[in-house]
Design a protein around this ligand. Structure first.
Ligand SMILES: Cc1cc2nc3c(=O)[nH]c(=O)nc-3n(C[C@H](O)[C@H](O)[C@H](O)COP(=O)(O)OP(=O)(O)OC[C@H]3O[C@@H](n4cnc5c(N)ncnc54)[C@H](O)[C@@H]3O)c2cc1C
Length: 386
């Protein structure tokens, strides 16, 4: 096992660092959903034109065809360079596209993957429903097969960026007699198709909401939009969730690691009410040291997972460990940041927004409790709890 980077990976890092220094946008990213779409797509296009999009995606669809290690180096360097987050580009880049790479037909891949990498299309995820979140197999949005079309009726909720999305990963029931995991299909839904309507879910603090409820009123979609087998959607959905939980938040991990270093620096230089550097406060010092160690442990876990993922098509259930750990570290970093902010913690700064959003990280993509169950049953092999 090689624990160091190869000469090729080191060269990749150096070239990438130079490129990012010259190309990362420096303007403040917008906060409204339409501004976010324009900003994300423009930044994605810059990456594509520079030859830095889809590092580990196949070359024939516009990617670089490099290894997952180089993909992680990309995330590390992007965090170091303060490159913008993928916000509405998240689903397409981090789990929609990867799901297509593993499960879609050549036609589906050739049509969609280059558009995602070029920043031409935004994807959203239509899995959760008002009556089915953690219990995804209990979903009731359905489609009847009419000739070579699906006719979709039902509703999805918590669909991030649905208002600005072009396509959706839509999981629905195609066999009316089926129960639970059987008879589901994973379908590419054109968000502009007649009968699709999107209603934003207001945020309690009045922010421009990126969460939505989506309604389908006899929406006609080509049967050719099914990814995988008709009725075999559960397997494809598990593939999507394995990417969402296993690799989608790698960029976020790298950002947290950089942020922890920034917090340590801030604690060294910022003084508390007693005039001493905050670092001298035993509790802050202890918590920061622990957080720094745990961030390093998460990085090591990520590289171990990357090594495993190089040998399989998609991440396994062990990805849930990364998600749980990341959400916990993110909350702890937020709490320490608020302690260091002093009275500024009362203002709605970007860091305060980050703090509030930290709670959502333990729910989106599957709650912590569900991830714990997955680790217990599918990684540790413990008996089911029910
Ligand atoms: C910011 C954000 C963005 C999101 N974006 C999307 C999106 O784009 N697309 C999408 O489809 N969904 C999205 N979601 C929805 C998300 O996937 C669900 O909220 C999540 O799966 C939980 O489902 P639920 O809200 O119905 O809660 P429930 O399933 O009702 O869970 C309620 C509570 O019960 C616990 N619980 C439930 N079942 C069990 C069990 N078996 N064992 C132990 N505890 C259990 C849960 O952990 C939770 O604490 C998003 C959520 C958030 C917060």
């Amino acid at each position: 096992m090689h624990l160091d980077l190869t000469p090729q990976e080191r060269l990749f890092r150096e070239e990438l660092r130079d490129w990012l220094a010259a190309h990362v946008p420096r303007e403040t990213p917008p906060k409204d959903r339409f501004g976010i779409r324009a900003f994300d797509m423009a930044w994605q296009r810059i990456q594509y034109d520079g030859g830095w999009a889809g590092i580990a995606w196949p070359k024939e669809y516009g990617g670089r065809g490099l290894s997952l290690v180089e993909q992680v180096i990309w995330y590390e360097e992007a965090a170091r360079a303060d490159a913008p987050d993928a916000r509405c580009a998240f689903v397409g880049l981090y789990h929609g596209g990867p799901t297509l790479i593993v499960n879609a037909t050549e036609e589906q891949k050739a049509f969609h993957l280059p558009k995602i990498l070029k920043g031409e299309t935004v994807w959203c995820q239509g899995f959760s429903e008002p009556g089915a979140g953690s219990d995804l197999a209990g979903l009731s949005t359905r489609a009847e097969i009419d000739g070579d079309e699906l006719v979709v009726t039902g509703s999805k909720i918590w669909t991030s960026y649905a208002q600005v999305a072009d396509y959706q990963e839509l999981l629905l029931r195609t066999d009316p007699q089926s129960r639970r995991h059987g008879g589901l299909s994973w379908v590419i839904c054109d968000m502009r198709a007649p009968g699709v309507s999107v209603r934003p879910v207001p945020m309690s603090n009045g922010w421009d909401s990126h969460l939505n409820q989506v309604f389908y009123d006899e929406v006609r979609l080509p049967l050719a939009n099914v990814v995988g087998e008709v009725g075999g959607g559960w397997k494809v959905a598990m593939s999507t969730l394995s990417f969402e939980r296993g690799t989608a938040f790698t960029a976020r991990q790298m950002q947290i690691a950089k942020w922890v270093d920034d917090l340590i620096e801030r604690a060294r230089t910022r003084t508390g009410p007693d005039g001493r550097p905050a670092f001298g406060d035993d509790e802050i010092g202890r918590r920061l040291a622990r957080l720094r160690a745990e961030t390093a442990a998460l990085r090591a876990m990520t590289f171990a997972a990357v090594a495993r993922n190089e040998r399989r098509q998609q991440p396994g259930p062990d990805g849930s460990m990364l998600k749980i750990h990341l959400a916990r570290l993110s909350k702890e970093a937020n709490q320490i940041a608020r302690r260091l902010m002093g009275v500024d913690a009362l203002l709605m700064t970007d860091e305060m927004e980050e703090h509030l959003y930290g709670f959502a990280a333990t729910v989106g993509g599957g709650t912590d409790e569900i991830q714990h169950n997955i680790v217990a049953e599918r990684v540790l092999g413990l008996p089911k709890s029910y």
